[in-house]
Structures are given as structure tokens and as C-alpha cells.
Design a protein around this ligand. Structure first.
Ligand SMILES: [Zn+2]
Length: 303
């Protein structure tokens, strides 16, 4: 395979959709070249063409490698007062990017993939809905100093007269907010991976006698971002019994994270940017409490 970065100057969502199709080719007929191509495509996009938000592209096209900042600065020079034209990361590109990350995670589950998924979902999907106004969404997510979300050429959409491509993928994306919170390894065991800490419930009792757990965050419904707290309660352990493993994503943005099981701190070190595995004979009512204080971090351009 000729592993060359040819993304610069190409239309982002045309090729993201092709990459999703390539990943599906591996899923359907196990053509190994397409697994390799999907992986190289993802790594190239992540390292040379993405913003720290998890999104990419400017006016629907990818810039030259490592030139993501140029478009942001150029627009601010040309229109310093209006900040209009900040046409960064088209929303439906994030929709397809999430599909690619899901495939890669199924093939090789790593904490870094889940973190990229979370960044892209938080900024490029959840960030495109205007408050509680139904049907008011973004086509393009502006990036830049002092720029607000309406500062793109298209601005905010309207409930009845805008039907951009990103409205189709946007509506679908919001129907999938429950996606990729929980993952289960389908090997000899049923190791449960918890990827995102949002109020949610997993009922996998009918699936290989799997887990039933629920997740809550902060007191009074406060989010993880506000409270830094998440609690996982085991409502039913896997029916197969014996020692089973729960893997918790410890985000790399957390400083001095802690994990307690039934009020007792775990003995093993809790490392940001890793899975923290807990193996035990689980019982109904077991409770895991996570403290994940957020710390400001600098996202550097990768070489
Ligand atoms: Zn679109």
C-alpha cells in the first residue's frame, strides 16, 4: 500500500463517506487491505488535518497537512470586525468521522480512540444544536479567537427553510447520543468497557447473560464536566458468575483521578489516558465512584 497523505485540497465529506465504505468492505468480506487503509486514513486525518476539537476541514475541504490554523488566522485578517466566514468543520464530516472511529475501536479497542470519539461528539455534534430551539442547527462550526457559533457564512439554520446535508446527519446524530457509552468484549469473558460518563443504563441481561448497570453523574443531575463525579451501580452482574472485568476509561484530561469500589479506593494506580480495569466477583448493588477533575491541557500539532 502506498501510504501517502493526499488529503489536502480534497472535499472532506466525499472522501469520509468513501472511507466509511472501505471500512465496511473489511467488515463484510474481511479484505485486510481495507482495514489497513482505514487505519492509515484515520491516523493521517487525526495527525495532519484535524483541529483539537476532533473536527477537520475548512469550507468543506481539507487544507494542506498541518495548515489547519492558517485558515483561521487568514479569515480574521480579512474580516477582523465581523469574523464572518469561519467555515470550519462541516457538521456531517463529524458524523462520518464517528463511524470510522467506531469501526477502528471494534477492531482494536484503545482509550485514545474513545477520547477522540468524545471530542468529536461533544464539539461537532452536541455543539451544533442551538440551546433548546428545535431545528436550529449548524452547517459549519466556526473556530477562532472571539468567534461565536453564528460567525460562519451560513450561520445558524432555521427550523423550516434550511435543509443542508448537515441537517440530515445532524438529526440522525442526535438520535444516537446513547451510542458508544458502553462496549462489551465478545471474547471468552464479557468485559464491560464504559466509555462515556453520562446518565444512562445498560441492560444486556438478554445478551449472553450480560451486565445490567446504570451511570449517574454529580449531585442533583450535574454533568461530569460540572461535578467531576460519576457513579456506576451494578444492578445485575453477568449471569456466568465468577470473576469478571469492568474497564473504565480514565480521560487524559483528568488530573489526579480516583476510583473507589464500594467506598474503598482501588489499590492500583489510576492513570489518565488509560483503561482502569477492575476484576472481581460482582454483586448486585456494587458501586464504583469516579472522581475525574478536569484540567486545562494544550493540544499540540503532531509531527
Ligand atoms: Zn454537510
Amino acid at each position: 500500500m502506498n501510504k501517502t497523505d493526499v488529503l489536502g485540497g480534497n472535499h472532506a465529506n466525499t472522501h469520509l463517506a468513501l472511507a466509511v465504505g472501505g471500512a465496511q468492505r473489511y467488515v463484510q468480506i474481511a479484505d485486510p487491505g481495507y482495514k489497513e487503509a482505514t487505519t492509515f486514513f484515520y491516523e493521517t486525518l487525526r495527525d495532519a488535518h484535524s483541529y483539537s476539537t476532533g473536527g477537520s476541514n475548512f469550507r468543506e475541504y481539507w487544507q494542506a497537512a498541518h495548515e489547519q490554523g492558517t485558515s483561521i488566522l487568514d479569515v480574521m485578517k480579512v474580516k477582523p470586525d465581523s469574523f464572518a466566514g469561519h467555515d470550519n468543520e462541516e457538521s456531517c464530516t463529524t458524523y462520518n468521522f464517528l463511524k470510522i472511529i467506531r469501526h477502528l475501536f471494534e477492531w482494536s479497542p484503545s482509550p485514545a480512540l474513545l477520547e477522540m470519539y468524545s471530542y468529536a461528539l461533544t464539539n461537532g455534534v452536541m455543539g451544533i444544536q442551538r440551546g433548546t430551539q428545535p431545528g436550529v442547527m449548524l452547517y459549519l462550526l466556526p473556530l477562532g479567537t472571539g468567534v461565536t457559533k453564528g460567525n460562519s457564512t451560513r450561520g445558524w439554520g432555521t427550523p423550516f427553510t434550511d435543509f443542508w446535508c448537515c441537517y440530515g446527519t445532524g438529526i440522525e446524530s442526535f438520535s444516537k447520543l446513547a451510542d458508544s457509552i458502553f462496549w462489551m468484549e465478545l471474547k471468552a469473558n464479557s468485559a464491560l468497557i464504559i466509555a462515556r460518563y453520562v446518565p444512562s443504563k445498560l441492560d444486556a441481561a438478554a445478551t449472553r447473560g450480560g451486565w445490567v448497570v446504570h451511570v449517574t453523574t454529580g449531585a442533583g443531575g450535574a454533568s461530569l464536566a460540572t461535578s467531576g463525579k460519576a457513579t456506576i451501580t451494578v444492578d445485575a452482574p453477568p449471569a456466568m458468575g465468577g470473576e469478571q472485568t469492568m474497564k473504565l476509561l480514565i480521560p487524559s484530561w483528568s488530573a489526579s483521578p480516583t476510583v473507589e469500589v464500594n467506598g474503598v479506593a482501588v489499590a492500583a494506580a489510576v492513570k489518565p489516558g488509560s483503561f482502569h480495569s477492575i476484576s472481581r466477583t460482582w454483586k448486585r448493588g456494587d458501586t464504583i465512584e469516579l472522581t475525574l477533575p478536569a484540567v486545562l491541557t494544550l493540544s499540540k500539532v503532531r509531527a
